[in-house]
Design a protein around this ligand. Structure first.
Ligand code: NZQ
Ligand code: ZN
Length: 396
């Protein structure tokens, strides 16, 4: 194992009915005035929101609500929520939903603890280091983004369509309540997007330049096998508790740092995907599925043996008589076959309905480099020419 730091203090409360504990948990973390953040309709329709508010009330906690978070959440709603939090004097943020809701709550928590700072210009663009945030608790309704135990959050600025992530240990949720039964109302498309996102949080860690973290790699490969198997099962049998519970736990472990300990993050596919979400409002997991195969074909020669091992251990591919390059290509094809089998796109026309013009690809590339200010990736470091080449590979 190489040197690492691991700090993942989110308390996980996992299992059927656990959402009934939300009032007690929030109170235990010092909440007295809770701003409850939720999405479009799902938490209202299922009755979950009512149960949550009742639990807060029973524990003597005051609350206000902020609904209407869209997937790929917007800065404008964060600003609205921030005003609400400050007017109300909120001392705790409770997110009831998925990554978009949790990330909105995290951003409000950052801003409300630092009202003298601008949430985008100062905090998100890192002009001023974040030194405090209000505590955040989560009731998770979709296994996907891993935000329930990650230190990151991702927002899109409405006017410029920049989708940017921000990480700070102050954003790590205090607790995450995870009842797999709450996911049973998910449309299959969202289940599939979640499966891809969970896989990619581990693959964007596994494909890094360090190959001497044996236990980390074994955890990563075992997690991927578990997600592949249970992902299939969850889609074939909607409402299968066993499959959904495995996915839900994998979603958290995939993005709390565990599956990449000792190596640098790659996350190039995430950065390529974020531009597609920003410009076309495409679902996060689907953008990753559309880009990964092209990233992998472009980068596999950097370390084909690593792809070969991934192919053998995740997809059960036979190495006999094949070169490492052939094994690597077979592993990429097996991954894309799986994505297609769960209804996910593997190129831009499947994601967006049509291939894109050269002008659009250039615009995506410029956005991805933050206008020439950064490279992406660590497995292979990618600049403007590389990124454009990968978008071109995916453009069919
Ligand atoms: O808005 P509602 O009506 O709740 O519907 C949501 C939404 O349309 C629906 N949904 C959620 N739970 C449901 C449900 N529908 C029925 N029943 C349920 N139980 O699912 C849709 C997607 O929700 P969203 O929160 O957007 O999904 P996800 O968890 O995939 O989050 C995606 C966002 O997280 C960011 C992504 O970029 C994207 O903006 N990410 C955040 C990360 C982090 N903070 O650590 C890391 C990730 O890599 C990712 O970037
Ligand atoms: Zn992701």
């Amino acid at each position: 194992m190489q040197a690492f730091e691991f700090y993942s203090p989110t308390k996980i409360i996992f299992g059927p009915g656990t959402e009934q504990q939300v009032g007690t948990q929030a109170a235990a973390w010092g909440a007295s005035k809770v701003l409850v953040v939720y999405g479009g309709q799902s938490a209202v329709r299922s009755g979950l929101l009512d149960r949550v508010l009742a639990s807060l009330q029973q524990c003597g906690l005051a609350y206000e609500t902020l609904g209407g978070v869209h997937p790929n959440p917007r800065l404008s709603l964060v600003r609205e929520g921030l005003k609400k939090a400050l007017d109300f004097g909120a001392d705790f943020l409770l997110a009831v939903g998925g990554g978009s809701v949790i990330d909105t709550a995290k951003a409000i928590a950052d801003g409300a603890a630092n009202p003298e700072l601008d949430i985008w210009d100062d905090i998100w663009l890192r002009k001023v280091p974040l030194e405090k945030a209000l505590p955040v608790g989560v009731i998770l309704t979709i296994p996907a983004a891993g935000s329930e135990s990650s230190e990151s959050s991702v927002l899109t600025k409405d006017d410029t369509l920049e989708k940017r992530g921000f990480s700070s240990s102050f954003q790590r949720p205090r607790f995450a309540i995870m009842n797999p039964e709450l996911t049973f109302t998910l449309p299959s498309y969202q289940v599939s997007c979640g499966i891809v996102d969970i896989m990619m949080h581990t693959m964007d860690r596994y494909f890094n330049p360090v190959t001497t973290n044996e236990l980390t790699d074994e955890i990563a490969l075992g997690l991927l096998r578990t997600v592949v198997r249970n992902g299939r099962q969850a889609l074939e049998q909607p409402g299968d508790y066993q499959a959904m519970s495995e996915l839900m736990w994998a979603g958290s472990l995939s993005h709390n740092g565990l599956t990449g300990l000792g190596g640098p993050l790659d996350f190039a596919t995430h950065q390529l995907g974020h531009e597609l979400s920003a410009r076309f409002d495409a679902a996060h997991g689907a953008t990753l599925a559309a880009m990964w195969g092209s990233w992998a074909r472009y980068c596999m020669d950097t370390n084909p043996a690593r792809f070969a091992r991934f192919g053998q251990q995740v997809w059960g591919l036979d190495a006999a008589g094949k070169t490492e390059q052939e094994q690597a290509l077979a592993a990429i094809e097996a991954t894309e076959d799986y994505f297609r089998s769960i209804g996910m796109p593997t190129c831009l026309s499947e994601l967006l309905g049509a291939a894109q013009s050269a002008q659009v690809l250039e615009m995506l590339t410029v956005g991805c480099t933050f206008h020439g200010q950064r490279t992406i990736g660590s497995f292979r470091i990618l600049g403007h020419e590389d990124i454009l080449a990968i978008y071109n590979l995916a453009n069919h």
